[in-house]
Design a protein around this ligand. Structure first.
Ligand SMILES: *[C@@H]1O[C@H](CO)[C@@H](O)[C@H](O)[C@H]1NC(C)=O
Ligand SMILES: *[C@@H]1O[C@H](CO)[C@@H](O)[C@H](O)[C@H]1NC(C)=O
Ligand SMILES: *[C@@H]1O[C@H](CO)[C@@H](O)[C@H](O)[C@H]1NC(C)=O
Ligand SMILES: *[C@@H]1O[C@H](CO)[C@@H](O)[C@H](O)[C@H]1NC(C)=O
Ligand SMILES: *[C@@H]1O[C@H](CO)[C@@H](O)[C@H](O)[C@H]1NC(C)=O
Ligand SMILES: *[C@@H]1O[C@H](CO)[C@@H](O)[C@H](O)[C@H]1NC(C)=O
Ligand SMILES: *[C@@H]1O[C@H](CO)[C@@H](O)[C@H](O)[C@H]1NC(C)=O
Ligand SMILES: *[C@@H]1O[C@H](CO)[C@@H](O)[C@H](O)[C@H]1NC(C)=O
Ligand SMILES: *[C@@H]1O[C@H](CO)[C@@H](O)[C@H](O)[C@H]1NC(C)=O
Length: 497
């Protein structure tokens, strides 16, 4: 019994202290003709160990399905609701009470995105944007949630003009009337500057001046490296250059301590004849390199070591989005939860298992302490209620008779019994989720022939309607032209140097 308590304590403690500084999250757009049920969405998130998501609304069904999962959630005030909220603190308070207070803390809402690219897609709402931020924040203060939940608004990178060299970047001056009070708000509330970063569009609109490799985080030959002549900082990818441009643009308004959070970034895996670089291989390369870059805490040249957490755009291909073919093909998965491509990442923390297929196992970690393994094995086969009869002498899983092999059998069974909940594969840190099947000989692990692992039964959420996330908020194709021209010119001049 004492051992059980100890293990439970350890398991819960280690899951709470996990990942805090830099994370990869995923955006969940819902413009699918066959949008999976919230339960299925959450099962996919769990199977891929995605622990941060951003919704484009505050869909009740999704918020209920995300309850008690440990997944951290950014919700959004859709642009359609922004005018009302920015004009009335009572409307804002109502919104917070219905969409936040009603779900917190069982659903771990950490962030509220107020509108989406408002300054470019809904310019007539610009005058009330800062009020909307303040009213939502005040409502959180009134509910004593302002420390747990941060408020900001995602902006397109096109508002940053002259982004290369990054040291000379500045914001479109005609937006300063909004941006200055907004940055003051973000600074005083300890919130992030939310930025959508699309090297794909920067590349596409550069007419060949931005090298594809520079957009894809691939190594550039030394003679093509991009150097900011003012700071002598070397840039190896567009993503970093855009983020540093944001830091410098903020600094030009005297704001130097607001972190950047990338609310959208990605690459489409398919396009029409005018979009030849929207390919599976490029999407895979971009997203794999992006994940590695963020989780490796590489930071940017201006702020090395300060990783910029990023939400990938996006979880599903959205077949009903209007526009060019690429618009429907930004997803990592199809509506069935099958991966569009298998990412080129090994061991990238715990998100988006390299093997984006359906099967995962829980195994003893290589080199784990034998005493701890034995204790965890005893627990699993005892209080953990795993049927360990296969491990007895003469049974198929007895050989090889090592603690690690036996523990792996028991850990995996426990993990499967718990619906592959990643938290059920911890065992005081001696276990880890893996994609390689540990079955051997006649010892066949539970679930190793089960290809139905993607959609697990979990608690049924309220059958709220499919969310009505409108596409108009998220057109991100039409900006960045001048931005890119500037990058190109600078790239070109840097090349000459
Ligand atoms: C809303 O604003 C009014 C007038 O400015 C103020 O009296 C009231 O306390 C505010 N209500 C909330 C919920 O903040
Ligand atoms: C929610 O997430 C935050 C940030 O990681 C964490 O500190 C907090 O403990 C979580 N809250 C709940 C109720 O799980
Ligand atoms: C700057 O913002 C204004 C107002 O939104 C817009 O009309 C203008 O086109 C922008 N300028 C550039 C260079 O993007
Ligand atoms: C920033 O601060 C400097 C020095 O304090 C000041 O001269 C400048 O006017 C400020 N700029 C803005 C945009 O507030
Ligand atoms: C992570 O960063 C370190 C130092 O910045 C570098 O040596 C290492 O190769 C990077 N790892 C990956 C997987 O990119
Ligand atoms: C991870 O991806 C790489 C590149 O696609 C592949 O070579 C490797 O075998 C994968 N690892 C696993 C465990 O699937
Ligand atoms: C994963 O599961 C889905 C849905 O059950 C299935 O269509 C797909 O083929 C599976 N993928 C693999 C690689 O087994
Ligand atoms: C997978 O699911 C299908 C449909 O629910 C079912 O017929 C099949 O037996 C399942 N396969 C396994 C291996 O569980
Ligand atoms: C899934 O849920 C259904 C309905 O609640 C239930 O009948 C079925 O047995 C469950 N399947 C599994 C594998 O738990």
């Amino acid at each position: 019994m004492a051992l059980l308590l100890l293990l439970l304590l350890v398991i819960s403690a280690s899951s709470a202290s996990a990942d805090e500084d830099a994370f990869i999250g995923v955006n969940i757009g819902t413009d699918l003709s066959d949008m999976p049920h919230p339960t299925q969405v959450v099962a996919l998130l769990k199977s891929q160990q995605i622990k941060h998501v951003r919704l484009y609304n505050a869909d009740r069904g999704m918020l209920l399905a995300l309850a008690n999962t440990g997944i951290k959630v950014a919700i959004s005030v859709p642009n359609e609701q922004l005018l009302g909220i920015g004009q009335s603190n009572a409307t804002a308070a109502n919104w917070v009470s219905q969409n936040v207070v009603a779900h917190y803390p069982s659903t771990n809402i950490t962030t509220i995105c107020v509108g989406s690219e408002v300054l470019t897609s809904l310019p007539n709402a610009a005058p009330i944007l800062v009020n909307a931020l303040r009213f939502i924040h005040s409502a959180l203060v009134a509910s004593n949630l302002d420390r747990q939940i941060k408020v900001s608004t995602p902006l397109p990178s096109s508002i940053i003009l002259d982004p290369f060299p990054p040291s000379q970047a500045f914001f479109n001056h005609s937006l300063n009337r909004v941006l200055v009070p907004m940055l003051s708000f973000l600074q005083s509330t300890g919130s992030s500057f939310m930025l959508n970063v699309y090297p794909y569009y920067d590349y596409m609109q550069s007419n060949g001046v931005i090298p594809l490799d520079y957009a894809l985080f691939k190594p550039l030959p030394a003679n093509r490296e991009v150097v900011d002549a003012n700071t002598l900082l070397h840039y190896t990818n567009v993503f970093d250059a855009v983020i540093d441009a944001a830091y410098f643009a903020m600094a030009s308004l005297n704001f130097t301590n607001i972190p950047v959070l990338v609310t959208e970034s990605g690459w489409p895996s398919k396009g029409d004849s005018k979009e030849p670089d929207a390919t599976l291989e490029n999407a895979n390369t971009y997203n794999s390199n992006l994940i590695r870059h963020v989780l490796n805490h590489t930071g940017t040249p201006k702020h090395p070591g300060i990783a910029v957490s990023t939400y990938i755009y996006e979880l599903y291909n959205e077949d009903t989005r209007p526009g060019p073919l690429s618009e429907k093909n930004w997803g990592l998965f199809d509506a069935n939860g099958a991966p569009i491509y298998v990412l080129h990442i090994t061991d990238a923390g715990s998100v988006l298992a390299n093997d984006t297929t359906n099967q995962t196992y829980c195994a003893a970690k290589d080199g784990a302490d034998v005493k701890l393994l034995q204790a965890a094995l005893d627990w699993a086969c005892g209080p953990g209620k795993v049927d360990c009869s296969q491990l007895a002498q003469g049974q198929p899983c007895y050989e090889p008779d090592t603690v690690a092999e036996h523990a792996t059998y028991a850990f995996d069974a426990y993990y499967k019994m718990n619906g592959k909940d990643p938290e059920a594969c911890d065992f005081k840190g001696v276990a880890a989720i893996t994609t390689s099947n540990p079955s051997h000989g006649s010892c066949v692990f539970l679930g190793s022939s089960d290809r139905n692992g993607t959609f697990l039964n979990s608690t049924a959420p309220s059958a709220d309607s499919k969310s009505s996330n409108s596409p108009i908020n998220r057109l991100h194709g039409n900006y960045g032209f001048s931005t890119c021209l500037m990058i190109m010119i600078a790239v070109a001049s840097a090349l000459v140097l």
